[in-house]
Design a protein around this ligand. Sequence first.
Ligand code: GAL
Ligand code: CA
Length: 329
Amino acid sequence: MRKIFVMTLALVLALASCSFADVKIGAGIYRFNDAFMLRFRNAMTAESGKLGATIEIADGRDDQPTQDAQIDGFLSGDVNVLIVNLVDRMAAQSVVDKAKSANIPVVFINREPSLEVLNTYSKAYYVGAKAEESGVFSGQLIADYFKSHPEADKNHDGKLQFVLLRGQNGHQDMILRSKYSVETIRDAGIEPVELAGAIANWDKLEAMKIMNAFIMSIGPENIEAVIANNDEMALGAVEALKAQDYNAGNPEMYIPVVGVDGNASALEAMDKGEMLGTVLQDAENQGAAAVRLALALAEGRDVNTIGYPITDGKYIWIPYQKITRGEKQ
Ligand code: GAL
Ligand code: CA
């Protein structure tokens, strides 16, 4: 047993240290100015460096035509494989078509194309996390809090009056996190009542302004929870609340706020008691998996040997984790 283990270990180490010096990855990110995608970029750069491959990463500046031009540039240049975080998920087919006619593999990340699109090219894959799972976890964070804190039902009606901050329109994470967070609260036996909701595009400043408007129109004393589709928007809401002396230490003036991503800034806010919790999205493993898959595809190696399981022939799913006060659950 021990010998087999040592031999397997030696093999794994040999594989891990084999260099991809001749492989160049061309990666398109929907926009550099995004806290979660910054973690993702860093993870991809680190993994490429570790494996000796080259990666060039382009900033799509939240504009699909800009990203299309960058992808055209990669395809007519010397890249062996693409990693694409689409600006617009609906552009997936045209990216797949281009990659296919150039016979360059493409790994989509973070913005999930439909299976129909992925199925049009044998070298098209998706690496990400299940949006539904993050929605369920954020609903559980709120439901657990509500059940263990009777005072959280401020108007004593047995229902949960909340406001919802949504991410970008059309993003699977916006649609499914919104849907499943609320459904999970209902499944826990608490009737959710949406007082207000708005799209804040994953953005802290936009969320802060929207939350300010909600506070003015609804009154903070009438809001029993803030559900945000990501941490940046949760932190924007926290800023708006703190300006009204909410979530600033006085237990009488507290509204539970939850986000998604597990960014360092959110963990800090949780440690200070400003935010209730978040759902860790594992950018580090998503980034490493995307790079390893891309390199295997570029070299025509078996994609089942990269250390991350492939599901349904097309997907690598990295799990989410619930976090409250810095504790993983
Ligand atoms: C989500 C993430 C957001 C934002 C978005 C970009 O998965 O939670 O914070 O980064 O992706 O597409
Ligand atoms: Ca209530």
